[in-house]
Design a protein around this ligand. Structure first.
Ligand SMILES: [Zn+2]
Length: 152
């Protein structure tokens, strides 16, 4: 497995406090378990590393000998994803593990002992869920900040 992280992506993930080793860990785990969502050759995989759930958005090309992954972005959130609450709207994502369409819905999200429902891409079959980048870096980051302020 060859993993390429362009310079501008390295800079972005550095600002987000994500390590290069974490990015490789997420991709390698996803490729060996096939637990990820895919849209064409685009893939989103996640892994809980320390206190955070780290996501990598990457493109995959299958070479003759091995796969080549190009990292498009990486991001994380600290809320823990729980049970699927609902799965209402069609998405263009497919759960690679189940080979079933993934849906937009809501998942129970817990942070600092508080649980709220939040939006996610969910697979009703394996009950896994994924948060897209704009939600993780904007909405969830704001919620985490709010909870931390209340606690402080
Ligand atoms: Zn699934």
């Amino acid at each position: 497995m060859e993993i390429k992280i362009p310079n501008e992506v390295m800079e972005l993930i550095g600002k987000r406090g994500i390590k290069e080793a974490d990015v490789k860990d997420v991709i390698e785990t996803a490729e060996s378990s096939n637990k990820k969502i895919v849209m064409g050759n685009r893939n989103i995989a996640k892994k809980i590393i320390g206190q955070a759930t780290v996501y990598v958005d990457y493109e995959l090309e299958k070479g003759l000998v091995r796969k080549h992954a190009t990292v498009k972005s990486a991001y994380s959130h600290r809320l823990m994803l729980g049970e699927i609450v609902n799965a209402t709207d069609k998405s263009d994502w497919v759960c690679a593990h189940c080979n079933e369409p993934a849906l937009y819905g809501h998942v129970a999200m817990t942070y600092m002992q508080v649980t709220r429902n939040g939006p996610a891409v969910v697979c009703p079959k394996c009950k896994d869920s994924w948060v897209e980048e704009y939600l993780a870096t904007k909405t969830l980051a704001a919620v985490e900040g709010l909870f931390e302020k209340k606690r402080a």
